[in-house]
Design a protein around this ligand. Structure first.
Ligand code: HEC
Ligand code: HEC
Ligand code: HEC
Ligand code: HEC
Ligand code: HEC
Ligand code: HEC
Length: 438
């Protein structure tokens, strides 16, 4: 075929003229081969490396709305390569809205089923990009649903910890019982000794007095030493409360203000598993994590106007529309915008410097280590106390994450010549005042 085209179709014209029937047969055969070849190229690959690339692409682009085994904002994708053809899936994933607009039956049915939620378009994807994602989806489908495994492992984990804590409890109880028995035994021994001494005749006058002495409770309460002791304990207690108070000035652990919109992390980050970074866009790149602008909310809420089962527009979601002056009926934006005034929860004083990307990207610390179980919070509260001691403690205890980070190779070598301990943040200067103070 290529040869024929290369000759500017002249030979074929020539052949048409001379042996028309033979040429037609040849041409249709060649076309057949050509088409089946081009269909072959649309088959879903099975290479490990392509699946891995597809997985990465799926996680960055699709996992916000799709899981393999669960319905999220979009359908669960397991088995999608069986229920739909590759020829349908490729244009759908590149631009589902175009397909819906073209009136494709399957596309329109799906669009209605998911309450006309817009799936993001990916015009920059090549066919191979899409095929790689489909390869990943197919491979995951083949593995089967993960549920049972997870349930077993968490149950095992909990049992493990409760066993060890009840073991501890038993040890404590035994210790207390042994101590009590020892005290009783001592008292009995003392009693018999005193009784024995009283009966013996050859005691001096003084010793006799001590042995028969009664404990004078009233006298003791009035004695100087007792009053002194009470005053001492009292002063210590008052001082301790005062000092604690002084150290917690400005510490806002547990601070949980009411926000202008009843935004729930439990729903978005927990139930719908939207990645933290989808909204807090700066967290791996810069010093601050950022609070999302309403545009990010609108990626979903231009379509999701209420919670499932509700009618009309939710009062809370209407507040997003009001802030950006969006009219959901006409789907147009006005000019009367005003910012959503989220109340800031975590706030270090200006004298301290904290950088998210250093902790999240370089050190790979989970958000939850510092912010607690955000994905379970209906309303966010401040989980850690954010004092200087808190930062310093962690820098003393945490090993530097040096894996795959060339920057640290020399430091690690130097450090291991001096010490057998793993390199802590402390060892790279994490306790120097100037690192945290401007
Ligand atoms: C903003 C959310 C969102 C994102 C991001 C998204 N989708 Fe979707 N997807 C949907 C919704 C919603 C549907 C259901 C149809 C509709 O409402 O348009 C859907 C439908 C699909 C379907 C059809 C499923 C079926 O059962 O036939 C496939 C396949 C699909 N998406 C793949 C992808 C892939 C691959 C990506 C990433 C490259 C992706 N989607 C990203 C929301 C999303
Ligand atoms: C859908 C968007 C969205 C997602 C996903 C999301 N957040 Fe948020 N986050 C917000 C908004 C909006 C606020 C401000 C309102 C509030 O405090 O609830 C916020 C506030 C916070 C705050 C408090 C900020 C302050 O004022 O000090 C923390 C901490 C936080 N998010 C952490 C997380 C973590 C960790 C995750 C992932 C587990 C996450 N967020 C996922 C939107 C999101
Ligand atoms: C990736 C998609 C997505 C993004 C981004 C998103 N949401 Fe949502 N939101 C949802 C889904 C899904 C629901 C729950 C709908 C349901 O339960 O049927 C929801 C529900 C809500 C509700 C509950 C409505 C009610 O009446 O109880 C509020 C409020 C809300 N979102 C606010 C926000 C705000 C504010 C932002 C931006 C900071 C945001 N959402 C960003 C997907 C999203
Ligand atoms: C090592 C502890 C630590 C980790 C890990 C951490 N944060 Fe923070 N976060 C802080 C501190 C401290 C502040 C207060 C910063 C300030 O006031 O300058 C903060 C503030 C925030 C804020 C308020 C806005 C801002 O940028 O100051 C958000 C939102 C937030 N974090 C989200 C996240 C998310 C999402 C993650 C995970 C991807 C995360 N954080 C991981 C300690 C941490
Ligand atoms: C959960 C543990 C943890 C907490 C809490 C923590 N850090 Fe860190 N911090 C780290 C780790 C790990 C590194 C090392 C990162 C790297 O490899 O560069 C680090 C590095 C730093 C650095 C850079 C040090 C250097 O020598 O380059 C600064 C500055 C810093 N942290 C400030 C803070 C401040 C301020 C706070 C408290 C508001 C804080 N950190 C709380 C774990 C923590
Ligand atoms: C790992 C980070 C870190 C290092 C290292 C560090 N600080 Fe701080 N420091 C902080 C943070 C965070 C605060 C704010 C804590 C708060 O508001 O309770 C703070 C607060 C302070 C304050 C003000 C206390 C107050 O109540 O306002 C002083 C003074 C101070 N640091 C001195 C120092 C000195 C001196 C050093 C060096 C020996 C040092 N810091 C090293 C993180 C650090």
């Amino acid at each position: 075929m290529l040869l024929l085209y290369a000759f500017d179709l002249k030979p074929s014209e020539y052949m048409f003229k001379t042996t028309p029937n033979l040429t037609r047969i040849f041409l249709s055969l060649a076309l057949g081969v050509f088409f089946s070849l081009s269909l072959k190229a649309q088959e879903i690959p099975t290479d490990e490396s392509i699946i891995a690339a597809g997985e990465a692409n799926f996680k960055t682009n699709c996992s916000t709305c799709h899981k393999i085994w669960e319905v999220r904002i979009g359908p669960a994708l397991n088995g999608v390569t069986e229920r739909r053809s590759v020829e349908w899936l490729i244009p759908w994933i590149k631009n589902s809205q175009a397909m819906i607009a073209s009136g494709d039956e399957q596309a329109v049915a799906l669009w209605e089923e998911y309450n006309q939620t817009v799936m993001t378009a990916y015009p920059s994807f090549s066919d191979d990009d899409v095929l790689a994602i489909l390869a990943y989806v197919k491979a995951e489908t083949a593995k089967g649903p993960p549920v049972a495994e997870v349930a077993v492992s968490t149950a095992g984990g909990e049992e493990g910890s409760s066993v060890s804590s009840s073991y501890l409890m038993a040890v404590i109880i035994i210790l207390v019982v042994v101590l009590a028995l020892a005290v009783v035994a001592l008292i009995i021994a003392a009693r018999t000794l005193v009784k024995h001494l009283k009966e013996s005749k050859d005691l001096s006058e003084e010793d006799q007095e001590i042995v028969s002495q009664q404990f004078d409770v009233a006298g003791f309460l009035k004695s100087n030493s007792f009053v002194g002791l009470v005053v001492f304990v009292f002063t210590i207690l008052v001082l301790k409360t005062l000092i604690d108070g002084a150290f917690t000035i400005g510490v806002q652990q547990g601070y949980q203000p009411t926000q202008p919109i009843a935004f729930s992390h439990q729903l978005h980050a927990g139930q719908y598993e939207i990645d933290c970074q989808y909204c807090h866009t700066g967290v791996r790149k810069s010093k601050s994590a950022n609070i999302p602008s309403p545009n990010i909310c609108m990626n979903c809420h231009s379509q999701i106007k209420n919670v499932a089962g509700q009618d009309g527009i939710s009062k809370e979601i209407a507040k997003i529309y009001a802030a950006i002056d969006y009219d959901p009926d006409t789907q147009t934006y006005g000019t009367d915008t005003k910012p959503i005034e989220w109340v800031r929860i975590h706030n270090l004083p200006d004298l301290a410097y904290f950088n998210h990307s250093q902790h999240v990207k370089v050190a790979e610390i989970e958000c939850q280590t510092c912010h607690g179980p955000i994905q379970e919070m209906e309303v966010v509260y401040q989980y850690a106390n954010l004092t200087m001691g808190w930062c310093i403690n962690c820098h003393r205890e945490t090993d530097v994450n040096t894996k795959g980070n060339e920057y640290y190779d020399k430091l690690v070598k130097l450090h291991s010549e001096q010490s057998k301990e793993p390199m802590k943040v402390e060892d790279i200067g994490g306790l120097e005042c100037s690192k945290c103070h401007y």
